[in-house]
Design a protein around this ligand. Structure first.
Ligand code: NI
Length: 488
């Protein structure tokens, strides 16, 4: 059995996404948690064989898309079901999503609702921009590890009569919530009850998509049904899922932005262990940067870099990093630099300042807890930053790093073409954009390294391009020695 534990970043995330509070009356026996619809998510790194799969991350047409889901090696049917849900939603968005908006965005974030030797629960939070604003739907898929079956949330219940009873309980609760909630929209169908989980007390948490049973401004509407009421409605799988959620060990949860920031600032800034060994004023240096990992391709890339004695900068996504801390540690140990590419790859220029800070600090916290070092560089998703993003990065002690050489790798499945473009466009002092989430990019790495080495290049991390000059937090860097007019 895996040793289940929680990491601060994950637990804290649960606090921040809890949203609309439930007004469930406290039971007489057990103290009520401060937010009963809060699910304490499981640290994904405790699940053996779990990796993040990237269906697509980047720009397609004018759309900004980050579509990911977890894959578990010994649960292919779970992986298949998650893939199906994400592809279908992405397909719908690509065909119809908000064509009137200048930069429509689609984003998937995921968490583990439970993990035990018997059961896994994966919650997908799928967001998309619509003409009316940002809209999120939530789906929790369950996996029965003993019978090797992937199931819907409704399968946590004994059957149709249980669903009708549960809908009645939830409607009664929603009726107390005031004018933003619309209990009459609730129907006892499986589709509507597609995101069920448990809080640490074992209460059944029923959550809805935005605008499903409430107005858009209501955000996430969720109800915690007390354990005693829910127990008779639960199937065998439901009871196992409930046990897994209750047994999971809890750790103190940092509750504020300040606490998260404090946990990061007591650690030294991240730097390559080999920084200072190369003088880029004298040598032809190039900084290869790999975004959107770590993922299933990353260790193969690390093997290639090691074989060529090359160093790189990894702009890691916090959510992916939380699943594969082993890869982050390997990057650090092999002289690479780990940097911040936000928690879940939202377009920061479309977010209010509190959410920009949230995206950055959450990733910062996860990486710092893993490495004992705090990233000093960030790269904004899609390369999109503005004065506000730069100012917040600056306050959080990070320089903003863009690039001046784009390998255009994600649009290409041909490693040869990626290698040709990268080698042709490289120049001394270049910051090169690549993606370790993209298999063809990893396939192209040996040839890129071989040809650029033959041309006299040394592969360094981004700060080494600037020699002894420190990179300034909040300043935007695009290539060695050059920073843009957006400097503060
Ligand atoms: Ni990216």
């Amino acid at each position: 059995m895996p040793n289940l534990r929680f990491i601060g970043g994950i637990a804290w995330m649960a606090v921040t996404i809890a949203g609309c509070g439930a007004a469930t009356p406290p039971s007489a026996q057990t103290p009520m948690p401060s937010e009963p619809t809060l699910i304490n998510y499981v640290d994904p790194s405790v699940v053996q064989g779990l990796n993040t799969r990237t269906l697509f991350s980047g720009e397609t047409g004018n759309r900004h898309v980050h579509a990911v889901y977890p894959a578990v090696a010994d649960a292919p049917r779970l992986t298949e079901k998650l893939h199906g849900i994400v592809s279908e939603e992405l397909d719908r968005f690509t065909r119809h999503g908000a064509p009137a908006l200048p930069k429509p965005e689609f984003n998937v974030d995921w968490q583990l609702a439970a993990a035990s030797p018997e059961v896994l629960g994966v919650r997908l939070r799928i967001g998309r921009s619509m003409e009316s604003g940002w809209n999120e739907s939530r789906t929790t898929v369950w996996y029965d590890r003993t019978k090797r079956r992937a199931l819907d949330s409704a399968d946590l219940l004994t059957g149709r009569p249980a669903l009708v009873t549960l809908a009645g309980v939830v409607r009664g609760e929603l009726a107390l919530r005031g004018p933003l909630v619309t209990p009459n929209a609730l129907r006892p169908d499986r589709e509507m009850f597609d995101s069920l989980g448990f809080n640490p007390r074992g209460d059944l948490v029923v959550e809805f998509d935005d605008e499903q049973v409430g107005l858009g401004v209501a955000g996430r509407v969720a109800v915690a049904v007390p354990s005693a009421t829910a127990a008779p409605l639960l199937s065998e799988l439901g009871l196992r899922a409930q046990r897994a959620a209750v047994r999971a060990k809890r750790v103190p949860v940092p509750t504020s932005q300040e606490e998260i920031e404090a946990a990061s600032t007591d650690k030294p800034p991240a730097r390559s262990s080999k920084a200072g060994s190369v003088d880029c004023a004298k040598l032809r240096c190039v900084a290869l940067t790999y975004d959107d990992g770590p993922g299933p391709e990353t260790s193969r890339l690390l093997d290639t870099l090691r074989a060529h004695g090359a160093r790189a900068t990894f702009f890691s996504i916090g959510s992916n990093a939380s699943a594969r801390p082993d890869l982050l540690r390997r990057m650090r140990d092999e002289g690479h630099l780990v940097a911040n590419h936000t928690w879940s790859h939202r377009d920061l220029t479309m977010l209010p300042s509190s959410k920009i800070a949230d995206q950055l600090t959450r990733a910062q916290h996860t990486i710092a807890q893993t490495l004992g070092q705090v990233p000093a560089l960030m790269r904004p998703p899609y390369g999109d930053s503005d004065i506000q993003v730069a100012a917040i990065a600056g306050r959080l002690n990070m320089a903003v790093v863009r690039w001046n050489v784009d390998s255009e790798d994600r649009q290409d499945a041909d490693p040869q073409a990626i290698a040709d473009r990268t080698v042709t466009r490289a120049e001394p002092g270049a910051i090169v954009l690549l993606h370790d989430s993209h298999p063809a990019t990893v396939d192209a790495a040996p040839e890129i390294l071989r040809r650029l080495s033959a041309a006299g290049y040394t592969f360094v991390t981004v700060p080494e391009l600037y020699g002894s000059g420190e990179m300034v937090p909040g300043r935007i860097y695009e290539s060695g020695g050059v920073s843009t007019a957006l400097d503060r």
